[in-house]
Design a protein around this ligand. Structure first.
Ligand code: CA
Length: 225
């Protein structure tokens, strides 16, 4: 999996390195900038998923950098600042910062905020594709090879749950939860019935399923090959 590239803009080396260390620990790839102009230069040439931006910077302050970043595109920004005035906070948010942290801050808290912002801003998955099956999540359509297959909402939900984790076994209980919801009071055999219907539609040979496999005593798995 590709690591998120996070640019940390801060002139105080100790703080920048501390933040970078914790973000690297959390699995992100970190790029550094020590002033505002450098931050813009990096943002112009690198594909970034997030920017952690200090407000007090040499050459170009954080607000000016943020304004320029917004002119360039929609990269998420978390602002850092030693100033606690409400006015600065409001100014940052007005300019489109996605979140804001006052110094001193806990690096763990910052890492949690970075994760939250990335989750919020990541583009939604609009289709799943595996084993010759294409699931169009936006249009709610299913294609097996060139053939379009008409699925009920439940069958679609089942197939989606399985295709989101190809090669992984999902128990009937987990499938019930994911497809029917936590408060559904149903029998695990409900899942078997719908899997049977699903197979009749998507499998070439429903009695010898190649896509939705049974894992005896455990549940079902979407073939990863
Ligand atoms: Ca600073």
């Amino acid at each position: 999996m590709r690591r998120d590239r996070v640019l940390v803009v801060e002139d105080e080396d100790a703080i920048r390195e501390l933040v970078a260390f914790h973000l690297e620990e959390a699995g992100h790839h970190v790029l550094h900038a020590t002033d505002g102009e450098q931050a813009i230069a990096v943002a112009r040439t690198e594909d970034l998923q997030l920017v952690v931006l200090d407000l007090m910077l040499p050459k170009m302050d954080g607000v000016a950098v943020l304004r320029e970043l917004r002119r360039m595109g929609r990269v998420p920004v978390i602002m850092l600042t030693a100033r606690t005035e409400e006015a600065d906070r409001v100014r940052g948010l007005e300019l489109g910062a996605d979140d804001y942290m006052g110094k001193p801050f806990s690096p763990r808290e910052l890492v949690a905020r970075v994760k939250a912002v990335l989750r919020r801003t990541e583009p939604p998955v609009d289709s799943l594709q595996a084993g010759g099956v294409l699931l169009d999540l936006t249009a709610h359509r299913c294609f097996v090879g060139d053939r379009e297959v008409s699925l009920t909402l439940t069958e679609f939900g089942l197939l989606q749950a399985l295709m989101e984790r190809p090669g992984q076994v999902l128990t009937r209980e987990l499938l019930l939860e994911k497809v029917w919801g936590y408060d559904f009071y149903g029998d695990a055999r409900t899942v078997d019935v719908h899997v049977r219907h699903l197979r009749e539609k998507v499998e070439e040979e429903p009695s010898q399923p190649r896509l939705v496999e049974t894992v005896r005593g455990v549940g079902y798995r979407f073939a990863s090959a």
